[in-house]
Ligand binder design. Sequence first.
Ligand code: CA
Length: 231
Amino acid sequence: MSRQRILVVEDEPAIADTIVYALTSDGFDPHWCATGGAAIEAAHAGDFALAVLDVGLPDTNGFELFKRLQQEGALPAIFLTARSTEIDRVVGLELGADDYIAKPFSPRELVARVRTVLRRVQRSAVDTPTPSASGFNVDDERKLIRLHGRALDLSRTEYRLLKVLIERPGRVFSRDELMERAWDDPASAFDRTVDAHVKALRAKLRDAAPDDDPIVTHRGLGYSLREDRGN
Ligand code: CA
């Protein structure tokens, strides 16, 4: 098995060194970036399994960076925060980050968290985007999603919306999260816009597979893709 690549974004070299050393010793392949800009470039070029993001960065903050990275595709993330105020943690988790860790932390604890998040993500991936398990097949190169073998005729936003849901079945995404991940300009979108797109998406899914209703509405919370769907 090849070593899993981890994106490490931390502007303090001493802390970055510690993280890189701990991850390397544990069999991972870490890639260190000192700025958000460098991290976005690296994410474009490389295939990462997870990102470790410092909240305080020179050119941006970890939360903004997380949002930018999610636009490239789902990337699990663990935040590093120096300010142990609850607000940082809550904000981080509301964004859909997978975990956070407060500085100072032990490198061993960080590596343990990385392993836990990867296990969780891989478990949910195992029983999803394969055609046999969920009925969905995402062809990212062609920007095409098939349901039970039938290509769906989706708008750009519908494609991105559905892809976000398919990548994490069972996970409830708030309207804000869906907007951040599927819209080019989230600031110009409204809550109702998400609902309208989900409605249109559901109609197209119904056309392709009348007996399948894969999107679940969580009232007051958002949407998720139904878990444990058969064929
Ligand atoms: Ca920092």
